[in-house]
Design a protein around this ligand. Structure first.
Ligand code: GLU
Length: 511
């Protein structure tokens, strides 16, 4: 195990598409651990599988991290002492390690063509073995440097015949791994195939590259999704065979994020089916032109998103649920991450966002909300007015986009009002009341919520109408419909002139 080194962790995504919330949670846990230990958080792009490469995916990952405020200390764009941080740019340095493994007898050259591999699978396919692997049972029947005579191997290599380098998995050995979340995990090597380490084009596979780079980049702790646990046996052996066992990082395999019913891993398709995002930000697939919705565009605050992700599989030992990023850095511990999968509940996710919106200041929310209004073509000429509107409506907003529904009427008078809820009880006394109310308002200097309410109630008493019967009509006149913050706050925020204009225009629409 790596000792007394500065903590160095990495997020090592393959740029193959949108970033799933499980991926962002992996970033978050790495980040929290690094910051808590005053260590470094590295972004490394694992792009050695060229067939899965998707243009734009790397930039998208960087944008997601930026939105979340989880900024790496070293990355392809920021650079660092261990650059380059894109594996495709490190291609020349992997072969020597694969060759070293061949020399020490832990790996071998394999010359099998795709047709020969297909033939092997067809030959060994049986009821008990649906997809035969290239492993200790078949390796001696294949064309590789274990089965061929040395002069033949030399000839094939000299002639530059395409080949891969495979790990020679030992037969029936137990490989142990100490996982910071799971404790001891053991694997039997006979279950694992002879994975390709270096491909025909000289590119390493993930298995070789992850070990080489974690070593060269002095990674002390490797936290990654549970789906990588089965590969860990290969990685542990590579650390050992390359002679780096003492530098091996400590591992933690993070639990899966599960579907809301707990039935398996949460996928993008579940999100589509159940109507919620699973990606951090909108992702437009350049190949299919298909748009997958993200939390950001739906109206989540990054602080709320981070908070809810932290709680997927972790808690601080109490029932506390709301944490800022700094509080998470302070309170996080990898040992408290649960082994079992964490169910994703979108209603709960929205609860976090609502709490965060409610508890944010109007000033903090202002830039995002203003942007949203502008996107809706609602011109904001008065920033102070928007700040008042945010203050007044934030309790009612679960998503940032709710500010549009809750606040648009402050800036754009309703074109028509929904008279339905008040029609049945509407009469000329009420119409007279509102005519007079607007006259009284006009005659005052300025209004605030209290003075508007006082004028309103006094007049109602004078006219012998219950104020309660007049408040809904007033709301509908000002808002256009039956929603919004307290009605005298609305009137005060609109100001007396606009309030009067809306009352009179509504009166013209009512019978
Ligand atoms: N490149 C792997 C992925 O796409 C990284 C796994 C790891 O962190 O070792 O998830």
């Amino acid at each position: 195990m790596a000792t007394n080194n500065k903590v160095r962790v990495r997020f090592a995504p393959s740029p193959t598409g949108g970033l799933h919330l499980g991926g962002v949670r992996t970033v978050l846990f790495n980040y929290l651990f690094a910051k808590q230990h005053k260590g470094d958080f590295i972004l490394r792009i694992e792009d050695t599988d060229q067939s899965r490469f998707v243009p734009g995916a790397e930039q998208y990952i960087v944008d997601c991290l930026t939105w979340c405020g989880l900024i790496p200390d070293e990355s392809p764009s920021l650079g660092g002492d261990y650059a380059p941080y894109r594996q495709s740019e490190r291609k020349p340095l992997y072969r020597q390690y694969a060759e070293q493994l061949v020399e020490s007898g832990h790996a071998y050259y394999a010359f099998d063509t795709p047709e020969e591999l297909d033939a092997m699978r067809a030959k060994f396919k049986s009821e008990h073995n649906a997809s035969p692997q290239y492993d200790h049972q078949v390796r001696m029947q294949m064309r590789n440097s274990l089965s061929l005579p040395s002069h033949e191997i030399k000839r094939l290599l000299d002639e530059g015949i395409p080949h891969v380098i495979r790990i020679k998995m030992p037969v029936d050995e137990v490989v142990g791994l100490k996982d910071m979340i799971r404790g001891g995990v053991n694997f039997n090597t006979s279950q694992v195939d002879d994975k390709v380490l270096l491909k025909g084009d000289g590119m390493p596979t993930y298995h070789l590259a992850v070990v080489v780079d974690d070593y060269l980049m002095k990674i002390t702790h490797a936290f990654r999704g549970e789906e990588w646990l089965p590969s860990a046996a290969v990685h542990v052996l590579l650390w050992k065979y390359l002679g780096w066992e003492d530098a091996m990082p400590q591992w933690a395999h993070l639990p899966l994020i599960l579907k809301p019913d707990g039935n398996g891993k949460l996928s993008k398709r579940d999100g589509d089916r159940l109507g919620f995002p699973v990606f951090a930000m909108d992702w437009l697939d350049p190949k299919t032109n298909e748009l997958t919705k993200g939390f950001k565009e739906l109206g989540f605050l990054p602080s709320a998103f981070i908070n809810l992700l932290a709680m997927l599989g972790w808690n601080d030992g109490t029932t506390r649920e709301l944490f800022t990023l700094d509080e998470l850095i302070h309170n996080f511990s990898i040992e408290r991450v649960h082994k079992g999968g964490a169910k994703f509940d979108f209603e709960k996710a929205k609860w976090f966002n609502h709490e965060w919106i409610k508890n944010s200041t109007a000033k903090a929310l202002f830039p995002e909300v203003k942007k949203l209004f502008e996107q809706e073509n609602v011109a904001i000429n008065n920033d102070a007015q928007l700040e008042r509107v945010i203050e007044l409506t934030k309790e009612r907003c679960t998503l940032l986009t709710d500010f549009i529904t809750q606040g648009k009427f402050f800036f754009v008078a309703p074109e028509e009002i929904n008279g339905e809820p008040i029609k049945a009880k509407w009469n000329s006394d009420k119409a007279n009341f509102f005519e007079e109310f607007s006259r009284l308002l006009k005659a005052t200097d300025t209004i605030d919520a209290i003075s508007a309410e006082t004028i309103f109630k006094n007049l109602a008493t004078e006219k012998n109408i219950k104020p309660g019967e007049l408040q809904l009509p007033l709301r509908i006149m000002l808002v256009g419909d039956k929603y919004g913050p307290p009605v005298f706050d609305i009137a005060a925020t609109l100001g007396k002139d606009e309030t009067c204009i809306r009352i009179l225009s509504a009166l013209a629409q009512l019978p």
